[in-house]
Design a protein around this ligand. Structure first.
Ligand SMILES: O=C(O)CCC(=O)C(=O)O
Ligand SMILES: [Fe+2]
Length: 909
C-alpha cells in the first residue's frame, strides 16, 4: 500500500496459490485466489492503458496537420529539443502513473507460460471445478462456458456443459461468457439477429459494436507501448544509436498497434480472426439500416465502407440507391462516420511508416488489413514481393517435378522389393560411430523396408511391411475389442480427438492384468508384449542406432467411426501433432518443453487391419497442413519416425469401420524407460513359473467374452502419445462425481507412482470406476522420479494446455464451419443484382425514380432473394458478384482453400 492506493497483488502468484489449493482440494482458496488473479490481471491492463492514454493527452506533440492527424514536432534545433522535452515528460508521466498505481515494473511481469494460461482461459477450468464442488452451480456453469468458448475441442468440458444443461436449477442465462469483449458480443448478437432477418433488431447491436470497438481498440494500442522486445538480438551486442534504437522500438510498437485490428476481430476459440472486421461491420450495419428504412444512416455506412473499399461495385450502387431515396440535397450532407474516417487515415499513415521501416531497415511488416491501397507499399517492396511469389511458384513446380521423379523411383524400387538387409548395408555410417545394433533383418527375415526417409519426403522416417502375420493381426484386433469390453482406458468416452469416433485403448500391463484375471486370452496379451518388442528391435536397426531404445509408452488402440456422426465431418481422427514437442503450426514451430513428452525420441505405429474407410496416417510439414506423405494402414505395416519436430503427423478421419494399431513410443534415455514395462515383464515371468501354469491355462480357456464387471481404469492408460494431461475437469466431471468417490478422484492422485498404479491395477475388480483421472496421467513416474521433480513438476501438475490444440485448430479450418456462421450476405450479394424486379424492393422504394434505377442493387444484399432471382439477369452479373462476395462478405469462403492446401504434395502409397 502506498499513499492510500493499494497495489494489486501479482496475478501469477495468485494463480499459483489457487493451483496449489486445487491440488489440496481447498476449493474456497481456489476461488478466492483465482478470481482475484483474473480481477488483477484486468485491473493492471486497465491501469496501464489509462496511464498511457492520459499521458498522451497531457503531453501531445505539437499541432496536428489538418486532415492527416500527424503531429509535427516543429523545425529547427530548439523545436527538436521541444520534441524531446515532450518525450521526457511523457516518460515521466507514464512511469510515475504506472508505478504509483502498480508498484515496480517487475512486480507484474509474468512468464510466457502464465500468460498463455490466461489466454487459454485456464483459470476458468479450475474455477469450474471449485464452484461445482462448493455447489455454486451458476458460477460453475459460467466458468465452464467461458472456458469452453476458448477451448471448443475440449471434450470433457463439453460433457460437463451438456450435463449442466440437464441439471435442475441451471438457467439458460448462466451460460455466460465472462470474458466477452463488449464490441464482439454486440457484433455476434447483431449477426445472429441479422441472419434470422431481424434487421431492425440487429441495428442497435451493430451500433453498439461500432461504439464499443474504439475504446477497446485504443486500449489495445496503448498496451503496445511496452518495453522493447530484444527477441533475435543479443542484448549485450545491441548497439544502435539514439535514432536507430528509437526507430527499432517505435517500429515494434507500431506493428503491435496495427495488429490490434486482429485482436479486436478475434472470437474466443476461433483460430482465425474475423476478416476485415470493421468494414464488414459497416456492411452489416448499412444493410440493416436499409431494411429498417433508415436510408440516411444506410448511406452514411455505405460511404464509410467505401473509404476502405472504394471500388466495391455493390456498395457503390447501394449508396447511389440510398442517395436517391434520401434526396440528392440531403445526400450531399451525409459524410463518413468521423471516428472511422480518422481511424482510416491514421491507420494508413502508420502503414506508410511501417512499410518505410520495412524497406529501409528490414523490419518486417505484415499488413493485417485487406483494404490497404496498393500504392501504400513502396514500389520496390511490391516488386520484391512479386519476384518472391514467382520464385515460390517456380519452386513449387520444381518440387512437383521432383515428386514425380521420386514416385517413379519408388515404383522401380518396389519392383526390386529391396529388403531390410540391403538397405541397412547401403546406409551410410559414420566411421566414428560404434557398430550398429544387430540388423533386424537378421532377426526377422520377413520384414521389408517399403519406404525410406527419402521416399517419405522427410528425415528419420521408415515404412516397414511384414512385421506381423495376418493371424497375429486378427488376434490383437480381438484382444483390443475384448479389453475394450471390460472397459478401456478412455472409460467408454468417445475419442478424445474427434466426437465422430470412439476410442478404445489398452496398455501392455493392462492387457496382461486382464489376461491374469482370465478376461482376455493371456496368449494374446503376451503377443502384444512380444510384438512391441519386435518393433523396438526393428526400429533400432532401421535407424542404425548404436544405443538401445527403451519403451516409453505402448498402447493398443482402436478408433471406430460412429456411423451417425459422419455426415459433414471435417475433422481428423487425430489432429496433426509431433510426439515430443508442442506443435504451434501457426508459427511453424514445435516447442520441446513440458507438457510435451520431451524425452521421447522415436515413435512407431504397427497397423493391424485395413477394413475401414479413411484413417490414413499423414506426415505434414510444420505448418500442420502440407501433407508430405500418406501411409495407408494395413496389417503388419509399421511406420516408424523420429518423435520430434521433423515429423509432424496425424490421422485422417476414420469414416467407416474400426482401425486398430499398436502405438509405441521410445526413448534413448534409460532414465525415462517405462516402469510399467518392467512390471509387465515381471508379470510375464511370474506367469511362466510353474505355480501359475494352471492359472494360465484357465485364462486361455476363458475366451474373450466376459460379463464380469471389471474396472476400466486402465490405471496406466494415457491419452494418445501426443495428448497431454488434461484439465481438472477430468477428475471432477459432474457426471463422474458420485458422492464418496471423491477420494479416488482427488486431483492430487493425478500423477501416480508406479506403486500406486500397480496397487490400483490390483484393486481393479472391486472398484468398477476408479478410472476417472487415470487417463489424464501425464506419464507414469517412479516414486523417486515423482519426488525428484516435485518442485519442477508443480507446473506439470497443473491442468495443461492440450498440446495439439493449435495443430488441431490449424487443420480444422473447414469450409462448412465458415458457412455455418455466415450471414446470408454472400447469397444476398449474389442475388441482389438479379433482383431488379423484386416485389419487396418495389414495395420498399419510396420514389419512382428510386424504383426504376436502384432497387436491384439494394436488393442484392437481401437474404432469401437468391431463390427469386431471375436466371437470365443473374447469369452475367452473378459471376462478378460472387467473386466479390467471396472477397468481401463478412465470412468469406477462404477457409476452403486450406482444405485443399492440406492435400498438397500428397504421395499415396
Ligand atoms: O494411429 C496412428 O496412425 C498415429 C497415432 C499417433 O500419431 C499418436 O497416437 O501419437
Ligand atoms: Fe503421434
Amino acid at each position: 500500500q502506498t499513499d492510500g492506493i493499494t497495489i494489486p497483488e501479482p496475478y501469477d502468484t495468485l494463480f499459483d496459490t489457487a493451483v496449489e489449493a486445487y491440488y489440496k482440494g481447498d476449493w474456497m482458496t481456489v476461488i478466492l485466489n483465482m478470481e482475484r488473479a483474473l480481477k488483477n490481471k484486468e485491473l493492471i491492463r486497465k491501469i496501464k492503458a489509462q496511464c498511457r492514454l492520459a499521458c498522451a493527452n497531457q503531453t501531445a506533440f505539437g499541432q496536428h496537420i489538418p486532415g492527416v492527424g500527424l503531429a509535427i514536432p516543429g523545425t529547427g534545433a530548439v523545436e527538436d529539443l521541444g520534441f524531446f522535452q515532450s518525450i521526457l515528460r511523457r516518460a515521466d508521466c507514464t512511469t510515475s502513473c504506472e508505478s504509483a498505481k502498480l508498484g515496480p515494473y517487475t512486480l507484474h511481469k509474468v512468464s510466457a507460460e502464465v500468460d498463455l494460461e490466461f489466454k487459454k482461459r485456464t483459470p476458468y477450468n479450475y474455477l469450474q471445478v471449485a464452484y461445482f464442488k462448493i455447489k455454486k452451480l451458476d458460477r460453475a456453469v459460467s466458468a465452464a462456458h467461458t472456458f469452453f468458448l476458448a477451448n471448443p475441442d475440449h471434450m470433457e468440458m463439453k460433457q460437463n456443459l451438456d450435463y449442466y444443461k440437464l441439471m435442475a436449477g441451471v438457467q439458460d442465462s448462466d451460460f455466460k461468457d465472462l470474458e466477452a469483449k463488449p464490441h464482439m458480443a454486440a457484433f455476434l448478437d447483431g449477426k445472429r439477429l441479422y441472419s434470422a432477418d431481424h434487421f431492425g433488431r440487429a441495428v442497435p447491436f451493430f451500433e453498439k459494436a461500432v461504439e464499443e470497438f474504439f475504446p477497446a481498440y485504443e486500449e489495445c494500442r496503448a498496451l503496445c507501448e511496452g518495453s522493447y522486445d530484444y527477441d533475435g538480438y543479443n542484448y549485450m551486442e545491441y548497439k544502435s544509436d539514439l535514432f536507430q534504437s528509437m526507430t527499432d522500438h517505435f517500429m515494434q510498437v507500431l506493428n503491435c498497434k496495427q495488429n490490434c485490428v486482429l485482436e479486436m476481430a478475434t472470437i474466443a476459440g476461433k483460430d482465425k480472426p474475423f476478416e476485415d472486421f470493421l468494414p464488414s461491420l459497416l456492411n452489416y450495419l448499412q444493410f440493416s439500416y436499409f431494411n429498417s428504412d433508415n436510408y440516411a444512416k444506410a448511406a452514411e455506412c455505405a460511404k464509410t465502407f467505401l473509404l476502405f473499399h472504394p471500388e466495391d461495385e455493390v456498395m457503390k450502387q447501394n449508396l447511389a440507391y440510398y442517395n436517391v431515396i434520401v434526396g440528392e440535397e440531403k445526400a450531399v450532407l451525409i459524410t463518413e462516420i468521423e471516428v472511422i474516417k480518422q481511424y482510416y487515415k491514421k491507420s494508413l499513415l502508420e502503414k506508410t511508416l511501417l512499410y518505410f521501416g520495412y524497406e529501409i531497415f528490414g523490419v518486417t511488416f505484415v499488413d493485417p488489413d485487406p483494404w490497404t491501397p496498393a500504392d501504400v507499399m513502396p514500389l520496390k517492396l511490391r516488386e520484391k514481393q512479386k519476384t518472391d511469389r514467382e520464385t515460390a511458384a517456380r519452386i513449387t513446380e520444381e518440387i512437383g517435378n521432383l515428386m514425380k521423379e521420386i514416385e517413379t523411383l519408388v515404383e522401380e524400387k518396389n519392383k526390386d522389393s529391396s529388403d531390410l538387409a540391403t538397405i541397412v548395408s547401403e546406409a551410410p555410417q559414420a566411421d566414428s560411430r560404434p557398430p550398429a545394433l544387430p540388423a533386424a533383418a537378421v532377426l526377422f527375415d520377413n520384414i521389408k523396408v517399403t519406404m525410406t526417409s527419402k521416399m517419405l519426403n522427410g528425415t528419420e522416417r521408415v515404412l516397414l511391411d511384414g512385421v506381423t502375420t495376418e493371424d497375429e493381426c486378427r488376434e490383437l484386433h480381438r484382444l483390443s475389442n475384448a479389453a475394450a469390453k471390460t472397459g478401456d482406458g478412455y472409460r467408454g468416452k468417445p475419442s478424445p480427438h474427434s466426437p465422430s469416433e470412439m476410442f478404445q485403448g489398452v496398455t501392455v500391463l493392462k492387457a496382461l492384468k486382464l489376461g491374469q484375471e482370465g478376461l482376455v486370452p493371456l496368449k494374446s496379451a503376451r503377443l502384444f508384449f512380444d510384438l512391441s518388442e519386435k518393433v523396438r528391435k526393428v526400429l533400432e536397426s532401421s535407424f542404425h542406432l548404436t544405443t538401445p531404445l527403451y519403451f516409453s509408452y505402448s498402447h493398443l488402440v482402436c478408433r471406430s467411426a460412429i456411423e451417425e456422426k459422419q455426415e459433414d465431418r471435417e475433422d481428423l481422427s487425430h489432429p496433426v501433432h509431433a510426439d515430443n514437442c508442442l506443435l504451434v503450426s501457426e508459427l511453424n514451430e514445435c516447442f520441446k518443453e513440458p507438457p510435451a513428452y520431451t524425452h521421447r525420441d522415436f515413435s512407431a505405429i504397427l497397423y493391424l487391419n485395413e477394413d475401414f474407410e479413411g484413417g490414413d496416417f499423414i506426415f505434414t510439414e510444420l505448418d500442420g497442413k502440407t501433407v508430405t506423405a500418406t501411409v495407408r494402414p494395413t496389417c503388419g505395416r509399421v511406420v516408424g519416425f523420429g518423435a520430434g519436430k521433423e515429423n509432424p503427423h496425424g490421422v485422417k478421419a476414420v469414416t467407416k469401420g474400426q482401425r486398430c494399431a499398436i502405438a509405441l513410443w521410445f526413448t534413448l534415455d534409460p532414465r525415462h524407460a517405462e516402469k510399467e514395462r518392467i512390471q509387465a515383464q515381471e508379470l510375464l515371468t511370474m506367469f511362466s513359473s510353474p505355480v501359475d501354469a494352471e492359472f494360465q491355462s484357465t485364462a486361455g480357456d476363458s475366451g474373450t467374452d466376459t460379463q464380469a464387471p471389471v474396472d476400466d481404469s486402465g490405471a496406466v492408460a494415457q491419452p494418445e502419445g501426443s495428448e497431454m494431461a488434461q484439465a481438472p475437469v477430468d477428475d471432477s466431471r459432474p457426471v463422474a462425481q458420485p458422492e464418496g468417490s471423491e477420494m479416488v478422484q482427488a486431483p492430487k492422485e493425478e500423477v501416480q507412482t508406479t506403486a500406486q498404479v500397480v496397487q490400483q491395477a490390483e484393486k481393479q475388480t472391486d472398484t468398477p470406476d476408479t478410472s476417472v483421472q487415470n487417463d489424464v496421467v501425464p506419464e507414469v513416474k517412479s516414486a523417486s522420479d515423482t519426488a525428484k521433480d516435485n518442485t519442477a513438476s508443480k507446473t506439470d501438475e497443473k491442468p495443461k494446455p492440450e498440446k495439439s490444440v493449435k495443430a488441431k485448430q490449424a487443420v480444422k479450418t473447414k469450409p462448412k464451419q465458415a458457412d455455418k456462421t455466415k450471414p446470408k450476405q454472400t447469397d444476398k450479394s449474389k442475388s441482389k443484382q438479379a433482383e431488379k424486379t423484386k416485389p419487396k424492393q418495389a414495395e420498399k422504394t419510396k420514389s419512382k425514380q428510386a424504383e426504376k434505377t436502384k432497387p436491384k442493387q439494394a436488393e442484392k444484399t437481401k437474404p432469401k432473394q437468391t431463390d427469386k432471382s431471375k436466371p437470365k439477369q443473374a447469369v452475367k452479373k452473378e459471376s462478378t458478384s460472387t467473386k466479390k462476395a467471396v472477397k468481401k462478405a463478412p465470412d468469406s469462403k477462404e477457409a476452403q482453400v486450406k482444405t485443399t492446401d492440406f492435400e498438397a504434395h500428397k504421395i499415396e502409397l
